[in-house]
Ligand binder design. Structure first.
Ligand code: ATP
Ligand code: MG
Length: 420
């Protein structure tokens, strides 16, 4: 998506959130913007989405907007999504609540509907615990019960309340602490940091999906290297990826990994993961690791492919053209080049050669096949278990410039069969 259209989309989201907020106010309920969107606005960042918090109960919210325009997305937590126009993301409306006891380190057993002030207390960090009244005078818009404004001012990430207790309630917050601190360039307040360190090994009680989603946010952000460094220093990285336990002890190599991560421009998750894992795990183990944190099969395969092909780029000068060509025309080659460039720099001979080759016209880089499988069958060559090997052989010969027409290819195919 272009920058303009994403800003435009955010503007539309804000308008929808504002409409929802006004409708609640007109029905005499309290309603405020809450959480991440308030933080982002104060930081001068375009919010990704807008959340509205209210004293209306979920049933009242549904009644006000109508059942057809609402979805009970988080009924157990009192969250109702209010739909906008077609194609627009809905606005989540959450009833002010305080969470009951947490027993399993992941979620509360019950929720109680309360006031905005108490709702602020159940949120994770002070910067995430503020409300905003967009209809108030500018100087009075922020409603801050937790000291979030002051913490933003001194660029500090601080747990709301007792950090140990807050992390014990929901251990995903350990990871969120590092993600917010790195993406927003914040210092983690000392007791909050001490609690993260102390409890890091417990992050594994959290579902793999939630861990995977936080890692995705952290690794794709431009401050990923700082984030990973903090994950390592606090012990979270080792807890999530035991495969990297030894790697972080090897200071020089580890610094190298962090530098590669920092040099990536705008990597996909597989590219960032491959940068982290390169030299530390085999492609096969990397795939298992991706499966463990519930990435898609495609993401797992991409990560493994990048790790497997990266050494070929380093040796691109010595690699036979047909072998290199298949790598360069593969779908992930752009990402592979990004990883290679971050690893050895743009002046590395292998990287330079690949970039030159990639800049050739498509018909040179990836010429149409002279004889397809169908062509071979049409000329009486029966498909069988050697068929793929034969096609590969013909492709190699073509790329080496030894075949120039379909007739050449068919003749070569017949010779190959006679030989095999
Ligand atoms: P972003 O969406 O940019 O990642 P966010 O702060 O909006 O950041 P969300 O996960 O969308 O994060 O959550 C919205 C708000 O809900 C947060 O700002 C915070 O107040 C609260 N919140 C979210 N997750 C937790 C949690 N695990 N513990 C406590 N509060 C949370
Ligand atoms: Mg959000």
């Amino acid at each position: 998506m272009s920058k303009d259209s994403s800003i435009n989309q955010s503007e539309q989201q804000r308008q929808l959130a504002l409409d929802v907020l006004c409708a609640l106010r007109e029905a005499d309920y309290e309603a405020l913007f809450a959480g991440g969107c308030v933080r982002d606005q104060l930081l001068g960042i375009t919010p990704k989405d807008y959340d509205v918090a209210t004293n209306a109960t979920p049933e009242q919210v549904r009644e006000l907007f109508g059942h057809r325009r609402t979805i009970a997305v988080g009924a157990a937590f009192g969250v109702i999504a209010v739909l906008g126009k077609k194609g627009q993301d809905p606005i989540e409306v959450a009833t002010f609540r305080s969470d009951g006891a947490y027993v399993d380190g992941r979620r509360p057993t019950e929720v109680l509907y309360t006031t905005a002030e108490q709702d602020a207390q159940r949120r994770d960090f002070t910067i995430n615990g503020m409300f905003l009244d967009p209809l108030a005078q500018e100087s009075e818009q922020v409603v801050d019960y937790v000291g979030g404004l002051a913490d933003l001012e001194i660029r500090t990430l601080r747990a709301i309340g007792d950090p140990q207790q807050r992390f014990a309630e929901d251990k995903l917050r350990l990871l969120r602490a590092i993600r917010f601190a790195s993406t927003y360039d914040l210092q983690i307040q000392s007791e909050t940091l001490a609690a993260v360190r102390q409890m890091a090994s417990e992050v594994t009680v959290v579902s793999a999906e939630r861990i995977g989603m936080e890692l995705d946010r952290l690794l794709r952000h431009k401050n990923r290297s700082k984030g990973v460094e903090q994950l390592a220093k606090t012990g979270l990285l080792k807890a999530i990826f035991p495969e990297l336990a030894d790697a972080v002890e090897q200071t020089d190599q580890w610094q190298g990994r962090l530098e590669v991560l920092a040099r990536l421009q705008s990597p996909s998750l597989p590219t960032a993961l491959a940068a982290l894992l390169s030299g530390q795990t085999s492609p096969k183990k990397a795939k298992a690791l991706c499966r463990r944190i519930r990435l898609t099969n495609v993401q797992g395969e991409q990560t493994a492919w990048l790790l497997e092909k990266l050494p070929h780029i380093e040796q691109a000068e010595e690699l036979p053209w047909p072998q290199l060509q298949r790598i360069l025309v593969a779908e992930g080659s752009g990402e592979l080049m990004e990883l290679a460039t971050a690893t050895w720099g743009g002046k590395h001979p292998g990287v330079v050669r690949c970039r030159e080759l990639l800049s050739q016209p498509p018909e040179v880089l990836d010429p149409p096949t002279l004889a397809t499988g169908d062509d071979l069958i049409a000329h009486g060559i029966a498909p069988g278990k050697h068929f793929k090997a034969l096609l590969d052989y013909l492709r190699d010969e073509q790329l080496e410039g030894r075949l120039n027409s379909k007739d050449d290819a068919l003749a070569a195919a017949k010779q190959w069969i006679a030989r095999e």
